[in-house]
Design a protein around this ligand. Sequence first.
Ligand SMILES: N[C@@H](CCC(=O)N[C@@H](CS)C(=O)NCC(=O)O)C(=O)O
Length: 185
Amino acid sequence: MWIFGYGSLTWKADFEFHRRVVGYIKGYKRRFWQASIDHRGVQQQTWTFFQPGRVVTLVPGDLTDIVWGVAYEVSDELLSEGSSLNIREKSYQERRQETVYAADGASFSALVFIGTSDPSLRLGPAPPEDMARQIARAVGPSGPNSTYLFNLATFMRTEVPHYKDEHLVQLEELVKHLQDTVQIK
Ligand SMILES: N[C@@H](CCC(=O)N[C@@H](CS)C(=O)NCC(=O)O)C(=O)O
């Protein structure tokens, strides 16, 4: 079977796979609208700087909207109950089959993990400057939220150089700018 990743799965494949193919799916926009309290941030705690991170999910777009990522051909057992991938994707409970269009022209169906409908993890949109401040500050068990953003931006720049993801590029610029100033110290 195939799974399609558009977030951390593009740059962190800590599982066995047979093939890795760069491609896109249609009809969605990738947005930093999902809270992370287990990887790139923590539960909000009053009177402290501890806060959730912002990671990507997919939101419905129109047919001209595409999201580039990576498809992996994996064994069925990878998604068995209690598997490490299932645990890693536990806050991505909505799962859909989508057609992946590979860079070489091939197309095939793959499983996509989309953000949970749990309202506490659905942050939704915010002004870009606010999202950038949150990403610049948040840290979780897997590391800084900004590393997640930069790794995704680097994947796009190196493996999909012909396509500009405006939302991602804007956040990367804003977070880098914040890190270059004293505003978040
Ligand atoms: N399901 C998405 C998003 C997955 C995602 O970003 N998952 C996060 C959960 S916060 C993760 O596994 N993060 C590992 C990390 O940040 O190191 C994908 O297709 O890549």
